[in-house]
Design a protein around this ligand. Structure first.
Ligand code: TMP
Length: 216
């Protein structure tokens, strides 16, 4: 039996990490086998690549290098974690996947979408999520939220991508919206400007309808 591959996407600060944890807790309580993982990261090698990508000192990173590093992290993650878990019949909950590269590197940085898609098809071997929860939020609201995450001294904890300007984040958001319009069968769009409990209610309702009511 093949498992279920679910991804969470959305601009930084949309609240997706909280929601993916909430869904993991819900699935755990049901006693269903699952794996909770994230990109970039999820394996030793992918986590090492993550630290190169998010280091605020790496301002000189070229766009092409950035695309390839996200894809390299993903190639390892797919083969070491995601595919094996799916083969064991598990539910894989993944915080970001290929859509993030299309939105951030394609729409955000202006790298050819076709190239991003092609590189990622190679990296993933063509793996596509069964369902994607896209939590949307205007960049201005997201920025306010991100600035509230501070270190011990009150300084915001922004990584290399989060430090980019509002225009970049507006393009990323528009990118996610374009991806949604082209993949409405796979993606559920959720308004992240609603209370956390309401966002979670929508996600669980969808999960129950699509996956719990069907014999697997
Ligand atoms: P996270 O904040 O969701 O952990 O993701 C780390 C950052 O990396 C976030 O700003 C989004 C960005 N990112 C990309 O630019 N491309 C990608 O393919 C992925 C997976 C993440």
């Amino acid at each position: 039996m093949r498992g279920i591959f679910i991804t969470f996407e959305g601009p930084d600060g949309a609240g997706k990490s909280t929601q993916i944890r909430n869904l993991a807790e819900y699935i755990d309580k049901k006693g269903l086998p699952y794996v909770l993982t994230r990109e970039p990261g999820g394996t030793k090698i992918s986590d090492a690549v993550r630290s190169i990508l998010l280091d605020p000192d790496h301002g000189e990173l070229e766009n092409e290098t950035e695309v390839l590093l996200y894809a390299a992290s993903r190639a390892q993650h797919v083969r070491e974690v995601i595919r094996p878990a799916l083969a064991e019949g598990k539910i894989v909950l993944c915080d970001r996947f290929v859509d993030a590269s299309i939105a951030y590197q394609g729409h955000g940085l202006g790298v050819s979408i076709e190239d991003v898609v092609r590189v990622n098809r190679f990296a993933t071997g063509g793996l596509v999520p069964d369902r994607t929860y896209l939590i949307d939020i205007p960049p201005e609201v997201a920025r306010e939220r991100l600035l509230q995450r501070t270190d011990g001294t009150g300084k915001p904890l922004l990584d290399r991508i989060e430090r980019k300007g509002l225009d970049y984040h507006r393009r990323v958001r528009a990118g996610f919206q374009a991806i949604y319009r082209e993949n409405k069968q796979r993606i559920l769009w959720i308004d992240g400007n609603q209370p956390e409990a309401v966002v979670f209610r929508d996600i669980v309702a969808d999960f129950q309808k699509r996956f719990e009511s069907v014999e697997r």
